[in-house]
Design a protein around this ligand. Sequence first.
Ligand SMILES: NC(=O)c1ccc[n+]([C@@H]2O[C@H](COP(=O)([O-])OP(=O)(O)OC[C@H]3O[C@@H](n4cnc5c(N)ncnc54)[C@H](OP(=O)(O)O)[C@@H]3O)[C@@H](O)[C@H]2O)c1
Length: 329
Amino acid sequence: MSPRIFVTGATGYIGGHATDVLIASHPEYEVVTLVRAEEQGAALRAHWPQITTVIGTLDDEKVIKEQSAKADVVLQLASSDHIPVVKSAIAGLAIGGGKLIHISGTGVLNDMSTGAGKSAPKVYDDIKDLKEITSLPDSAFHREVDDAVFTTGAQSNVPTAIICPPLIYGVGQGPLKKRSMQIPFLSEAILKRGRGFTVGEGKNIWDHIYVGDVAKACIVLIEEALKPHGGSAQWGPEGYYFVESGEFAWKDVAAKITEIAKDLGKIETADVDELSVDEASKFHPWAPVLWGGNCRSRATRLRSLGWKPEGPTVWEALPAMVKAESDAL
Ligand SMILES: NC(=O)c1ccc[n+]([C@@H]2O[C@H](COP(=O)([O-])OP(=O)(O)OC[C@H]3O[C@@H](n4cnc5c(N)ncnc54)[C@H](OP(=O)(O)O)[C@@H]3O)[C@@H](O)[C@H]2O)c1
């Protein structure tokens, strides 16, 4: 029988791209996706005729549990912040014997201890620093959900893996949502403001990854999940995977976005202003978190499975991302 993969979030940016790569890499898999409404299902089936869609939300315990019980792998890419979907999926997987791959985010590492716009030295390696990463305070973003994956998975004897990307860049190739978050939000803000800006000096550092390389990381973990005993991947307490290709300072990204916007003729100057947190927050309520802190991870565990980033660099991807924001205004 073909392996059955149940995907949540296939209407979204990460889930849409990952489903596309999954189907292209493994046309033999049976792929089932969750959608909230039939029109979304119709759009997904028009794009990927071989898939099945089921209607429900992440809160529909019965639907999630039933589909998870039938799946060899649940690829939960809809939300890093939804505990009920994790519990319902694990309840179903406990019946059927499959494995969970859940998306988190390196917002969990967000470090503003040196002040907004300042660089912070702490770098987290997902092998060397695993204990520290998995015992961050509950106040850290996504942390309670990560913990629910570990504890509920262990209680139910369900193998789990958490894939934890940093800032994801690139235009998505799924059929519906193609837009990421931090770079699109900053591009939109700069285009609307008419001038570039950073939060503080913008010396704060984030790591990043191309959306297609996140998709490939999902495929690597699915392939391992389907091997006897979970293959070479780690599951459960050690199943925590960062996925990054390098890091940048936000001032360099802001400068490049501003330059591209000027070259497009959308703004008049390539000057970049340093804004206070309060000033930047007028352009997005999450400004300090989106563009003002530090998140520095190292994807050692995934690289040990043979994964490596192959996509375009963030600098290569930026023109299309800024153009997409400009076209949408
Ligand atoms: N983008 C990044 O840089 C990044 C990096 C790390 C982590 N993350 C996290 O990864 C998750 C997915 O990110 P994304 O950028 O792919 O977001 P997205 O484009 O908004 O996609 C999320 C998808 O999940 C679906 N979904 C969300 N809540 C749902 C619910 N309650 N019931 C049914 N479907 C639901 C949405 O369906 P609808 O289309 O029906 O709304 C949407 O299509 C987010 O939690 C995000 O914080 C993102």
